[in-house]
Design a protein around this ligand. Structure first.
Ligand SMILES: *Cc1c(COP(=O)(O)O)cnc(C)c1O
Length: 291
């Protein structure tokens, strides 16, 4: 199983705003890792799949909403690396299947729907026991793929960056990616997450737990901005879509409105508001999600 990642491109972004504010911005193109297991999802799955293989598990089971990029990536990775996959999906089954779930199904994933209230307690041993009865033994990957092994995979983003920089930015859903970046920085420089969810305050605790779980300590050189969710997960506003058009036209790099669009909007806004000091260098992680 060759699940290694070729070091991804780090490209400078040129924009009149950055020039005016004397800020350098580089884009880390994790969206180019793979066409279907894109961006941070491959980083987070890498050591989980190796662990599943070590445990001689042939089935991967995980959780997500009906539009989950993680479910999409897990189905694709299962197909690529010969694992059976099971997706536990929040809410009711709707026909026809949306593009994410129909892709998952085409790639061999078994889809199992549970109510929103059951989903809240998805790791409950009794429920997991029911999954075992239904699907046999499996390797369980948590929602969003975010666990300590995901942290290990995302540390490698930092290891690949061969320029000097002051800040690294990422979009946040479950916070696993940010936890990996913070852990990789080992207390130096700064990491800034942009929450794609409303009320993402709880994310800080989750990120802290993941960091502690990996290295047994905490760091303080990071933060999460919760100002740029545009109404909540997968919600949008005209000014976000307008900004995305500007970004794609200017940089010829595709972004999407759920995660990366919101991060770049927030990054531009913070640069406008002089959040960063003149002369600083920022690396923005393109976590993928575009298909
Ligand atoms: C899943 C995803 C995220 C969120 O990553 P977390 O590790 O859950 O915070 C960000 N961007 C994209 C494109 C994603 O698909």
């Amino acid at each position: 199983m060759d699940i290694s990642i070729k070091k991804t491109l780090l490209q400078p972004l040129n924009d009149p705003l950055f020039k005016e504010k004397k800020i350098e911005v580089y884009l880390k193109r994790d969206d180019l890792i793979h066409p279907t297991v894109s961006g941070n999802k491959w980083r987070k799955l890498k050591y989980n799949l190796l662990e599943a293989q070590k445990q001689k598990q042939d089935t991967l089971l995980s959780f997500g909403g009906a539009y989950s990029n993680h479910i999409y990536a897990l189905a694709a990775a299962g197909k690529l690396f010969n694992f059976k996959t099971v997706g536990i999906i929040r809410g009711e089954r709707t026909e026809p299947l949306n593009p994410v779930l129909s892709f998952a199904k085409e790639n061999g994933m078994r889809l199992h729907y549970i109510s929103r209230s059951a989903y809240r307690d998805k790791y409950d041993p009794e429920l997991v026991g029911e999954f075992k009865e239904r699907f046999g033994h499996f390797y369980m990957v948590p929602e969003g793929g975010s666990n300590v092994l995901a942290v290990k995979g995302c540390i490698e983003v930092i290891e690949e960056i061969d320029i000097d920089f002051d800040h690294i930015c990422t979009s946040c859903g479950t916070g696993g990616t940010l936890a990996g970046l913070v852990t990789g920085l080992i207390g130096e420089k700064k990491a800034l997450g942009f929450s794609a969810l409303k009320g993402g305050g709880f994310l800080k605790d989750d990120v802290d737990q993941l960091i502690k779980g990996y290295c047994g300590k905490t760091f303080s050189n990071w933060d999460i901005s919760t100002e740029y969710h545009f109404g909540g997960y997968a919600k949008s506003k005209p000014e976000l879509l307008q900004f995305m058009k500007y970004f794609e036209r200017t940089h010829k790099v595709p972004i999407e409105f759920i995660y990366t669009g919101k991060m770049f909007y927030g990054l531009y806004d913070l640069i406008k508001k002089d959040f960063f000091k003149p002369g600083e260098t920022i690396v923005a992680l393109h976590t993928g999600g575009v298909r």
